[in-house]
Design a protein around this ligand. Sequence first.
Ligand code: PAF
Length: 282
Amino acid sequence: METVTSIVEMKRAAGSLRREGRTVAFVPTMGALHEGHLSLIREADARADVVVVSVFVNPTQFGPGEDFDTYQRDLKRDSELAEAAGCDIMFAPEVDDMYPVGSVTQVCVSGLTGKLCGAVRPGHFDGVCTVVAKLFGIVRPHLAVFGQKDGQQVAVIERMVADLDMSVEIVRSPTIREPDGLAMSSRNANLSGVERRDAAVLFESLKHVVSRYGAGERNVERVVSEMREMIEARETTEIQYITAVDASTLEDVDELGESVMVALAVFVGTTRLIDNVVLGAE
Ligand code: PAF
């Protein structure tokens, strides 16, 4: 595996790969890799000749008081894990290189970003879209793999790619879970013992919706209220939102149905966790 830290060098490598006619799959990450990321890298490896993984803790997607400074950074560990999963080029640029003095352009996807996580993390998706657009421009992948766990993020990226006519296929990869169902996340490491036990209720509540839907329930308010009850019964949890939206457009839905994403954000202690299920897909 090759490690590239400069944008110029990455562009040169991307240009050579294109000229050689090799297909490139890209997995953008902020590092702190876990089994969820590794499954994205394996998916990328199965779909293209060359896999590029970026590790960049993107400052512009963190709000004031969020965990930018404390976000786990260990490039050696991430490189070893990524290589074992099938990464060919690790791209790890510096902040000053990605955002040189004078850079002022932002990519803003309106509408979809004003709800769910976007409603409580103002500016977050502008940061995500700007960095992903930049990374696409540098790496020039044929396809990019994103986790369904960040269901709003992948819907926003799909919209951006469609609106800006970017020639990259977006692949949604299923959420990878711990044995008790908790969605894998770098932030799970911040949970105390009791919080970790309580966190399992997030997926339990989502599974409950899937089973109620399977049994014919279509009423959104009723299932959301049942989810609330389940989650609030745990001592360390505080719900930020629970919502049901169309998985692609993120528009609110009146009824549960195929392709409806039931999504939640919950604080467990001080750690904010998100998760979702797409009905009919699980
Ligand atoms: O999902 C993430 O880790 C980040 O939002 C991403 C897509 C790498 C952009 O910084």
